[in-house]
Design a binder for this molecule. Structure first.
Ligand code: ADP
Length: 246
């Protein structure tokens, strides 16, 4: 019996994706499948193409060639706000003039939901990150860690099937980072949302992920479970990258 290649396609699927900025090729023939409900981390040195891959999935950048699909549908021509993807990017800040509650309601209001219904959903999302008590403050009145938790709640409030996170904990100290790693993991477990997560911190990648894709110069050097990565690195690049301490 022959098996259609398409039948193996993941919930998220990159097929032969290339990306160049002028003469600089930053993603090279990328093929990647993410299963529904999976927590996949893109790990690798600075400049290896992790953020560019996430930006293409979010729709803020476009492949030079190749296709990206979500739930079986090619999304090349779908604008970012129609992709149904929640994003937590470091440079995707909260609105400073709005309360925390209004920040979280924003994606729902933008989808046409009535204000009262939005409030209920927004408070539920705030409860997931244990910040209900701060709903009426403004972002400037919150700590950096609390602001990132609000950003996570805002990305989840419209119940997306996919959430993208780019170094969401990068600016936080170690203790806070570990606490938020636990919170993000339990949200992932409880909601079943598919997560594509970017970090250059290998211990973060290894503790949080179902699988890790190690990037090297715009290519995936290896994609496997954390245990498999450590047990059987496929190349000297992967072995030496994992061997570096953070
Ligand atoms: P990573 O997330 O792994 O640090 P990036 O995806 O941010 O890597 O960057 C990959 C490469 O693409 C780098 O060499 C970076 O300088 C380059 N790059 C990223 N964005 C742009 C841009 N808008 N214009 C030109 N080059 C860019």
């Amino acid at each position: 019996m022959t098996q259609e290649r398409g039948a193996e396609q993941g919930f998220v699927s990159f097929r032969n994706v290339n990306k160049a900025y002028a003469a600089l090729t930053v993603i090279r023939d990328l093929n990647l499948d993410v299963a529904r409900g999976e927590f996949l981390t893109l790990l690798g040195p600075s400049g290896s193409g992790k953020t560019t891959s996430l930006m293409m999935l979010a729709g803020f950048e476009h492949p030079t060639s190749g296709t990206i699909s979500l739930d079986g549908r090619v999304i090349s021509n779908v604008p970012p706000h129609r992709r149904g993807i929640g994003v937590v990017f470091q440079n995707y800040a909260l609105f400073p003039h709005m309360s925390i509650l209004d920040n979280i309601k924003y994606p729902l209001r933008a989808r046409g939901m009535r204000s009262r219904d939005c409030t209920q959903d927004a408070m539920r999302a705030l409860a997931m990150v244990r910040l209900e008590a701060l709903a009426h403050r403004t972002p400037a009145q919150l700590s950096g860690g609390q602001q990132q938790r609000v950003a996570v709640a805002r990305a989840l409030v419209f119940k997306p099937s996919l959430v993208l996170m780019d170094e969401p904990l990068g600016a936080l100290d170690k203790q806070l980072r570990e606490q938020l790693q636990d919170e993000i993991k339990s949200i992932h477990r409880e909601t079943g949302v598919t997560v594509v997560y970017v970090t250059h911190d290998q211990s973060e990648a290894l503790t949080m992920s179902d699988r890790v894709a190690v990037f090297d110069k715009g290519r995936i050097a290896q994609i496997s479970t954390p245990a498999e990565l450590y047990k059987s690195p496929l190349s000297s690049f992967v072995a030496s990258f994992l061997g570096e301490s953070n």
